[in-house]
Each structure stands twice: as C-alpha cells, then as structure tokens.
Design a protein around this ligand. Structure first.
Ligand code: PEP
Length: 263
C-alpha cells in the first residue's frame, strides 16, 4: 500500500489543512515536551516566527529512564489544544500506547509514533484506525525496509495519510546522539510514495547541529523538518541541549527560504 510501484505519484498528506509533500518543505516546530501553558505558548510563537505551520509537543514522553519526566498526559493535550486555538497551528503529538490512541486522537491533528514504538504493531494498527494523519519515526535500529513495513501496518488499517520521519539511527558513533541517515530520504522516496521528513533535533541531540542538519535535509530533498524549540532550554524538562533558542530562529527561517525544495 505504501509502495511506489502501484502508486507512482508521490503523495501529499494534509494535516489540519497544512500540506506535507513534494512541492514544499514543511516546518514543524515546538517544544520537545509540553511543560506549562506559558512555555508551550512561548515555544509555539517561536515556531511561528521561524515559519512553522505545524506545532509539535509531547504530552506523553517515552523516556529512557523511568525517573525522568514522563509528560503531562491529558493535561498536556489540553494545553496543546489551547495553544492551537491561540496560534492557529495544528498539533503533532506522540502517542505511546495503543490504549491512549482514541484520547490523543481527540486532541491531535497528527499522531506521532516515536522511534521506540516504531515496531509496536498493536500501536501501529491502532493509529491506522484512528482517522488522523500519522507521523512514523524510523526505529533507531530499523532498516528502511522495516520502516516501510511498519508504515504498511498503519496503511493496512485504511489510513494512507502517513509521513515518514528519519530521526537518526544507532551506529558506533558517540559524538552525536544518533547518526542522521540522509540517504534514507531519497531511498524511502524512491521506494514509497509517502512524504519523508527529517528530525535534525533528535538525530544530532545537539543545538549546534540542528541548522547544519536542516540544510542537509533540504539539500537531500526532504519534504519537511521537525525541530525542537524552547524559550528557556536550560530549564527544559526534556532534551534542552538540542532545542533551538530565540537567536537561532532568523537563521532557521533563512535556511528554509534559501534552500528551495528539489522539484
Ligand atoms: C520526539 O520527537 O519527541 C521523540 C521522542 O522523538 P524520537 O521518537 O525520534 O526519539
């Protein structure tokens, strides 16, 4: 269903009216985690200033340590909905458990499946049946074939509004949090008709790499980027070191304008 063989035209997925697809580079930006109404609104305004048309923000956080901030849950979803009301930005947010899909889908414009759940087949089937567009991150240990098969689980439930997101894979390298596989973009775009975006924040795990990796994403023909921004990353409850700050936003907007998509 997601293969390009039977569907030669590349697809565009619409999220709350915002297109993600071949003719544009969509910027999705926002905080890694929803912490407070003020922090989420401030991050959303930063995102907007950089040219974002979709707001990201996690209310359910899949953390390595059970002692780390796990997200605000439904209270976080309510904050996202309020910020959408205030800014007009549709919401992209992660769901980590099949039991939560209905609830998260009642708030979200797009459901995100994270790298750690990329082969959680029960979750993939549940989001496939939820009637909302889905962003499927590549599993950090997944081959491109496994990633596309995960997308197939979603599609099989009748949902072809799927955006693939390359977010870095596990390699022997430790200088970066993950290794961004830029080749995954053209490879996945050749094998599948689905849009493919890059997450330069979670791949590098470092603020100083976000803009260079965004340039790489655009140069390689990605259909969008998803980027963490935070009004005060030093106090962030999740992934502060990779969040862009106010002074990065003009450069980000410039990068997105000066690197036109490959048509
Ligand atoms: C995220 O985008 O908030 C996230 C946790 O990403 P990943 O699943 O790629 O680690």
């Amino acid at each position: 269903l997601v293969s390009r063989e039977n569907h030669p035209e590349r697809s565009t997925v619409h999220v709350g009216g915002v297109p993600i697809g071949p003719d544009t580079v969509t910027l999705i930006a926002g905080p890694c985690a929803v912490e407070t109404p003020q922090q989420t609104l401030a991050a959303a305004l930063m995102a907007k200033r950089a040219g974002a048309t979709l707001l990201r923000g996690g209310a359910y956080k899949p953390r390595t340590s059970p002692y780390a901030f796990q997200g605000l849950g439904e209270a976080g979803l309510r904050i996202l909905a309020d910020v959408r009301e205030e800014t007009g930005l549709p919401i992209v947010t992660e769901v980590v458990d099949a039991h939560d899909v209905e609830l998260v889908a009642s708030y979200a414009d797009m459901l995100q499946v994270g790298t750690r759940n990329a082969q959680n087949f029960a979750l993939l089937q549940a989001v496939g049946a939820a009637g909302k567009p889905v962003m499927l991150k590549r599993g950090m240990n997944a081959t491109i074939e496994e990633w596309l098969m995960a997308a197939e689980y979603i599609a099989q439930r009748g949902n072809l509004d799927i955006v693939l997101c390359e977010r870095g894979i596990r390699t022997f390298e430790t200088a970066t949090r993950n290794t961004l596989d830029v080749s995954a973009v053209p490879v996945a775009q050749r094998l599948s008709h689905l849009p493919v975006i890059i997450d330069p924040s979670h791949s590098g795990g470092r603020r100083d790499l976000v803009l260079p990796l965004t340039r790489a994403a655009i140069a390689v023909g990605a259909d969008g980027v998803i980027i963490d921004v935070h009004p005060a990353p030093e106090t962030a409850l999740c992934d502060g070191p990779q969040a862009l700050v106010d002074s990065d936003l003009d450069v980000l907007a410039d990068v997105l304008h000066t690197f036109p998509p490959l048509l």
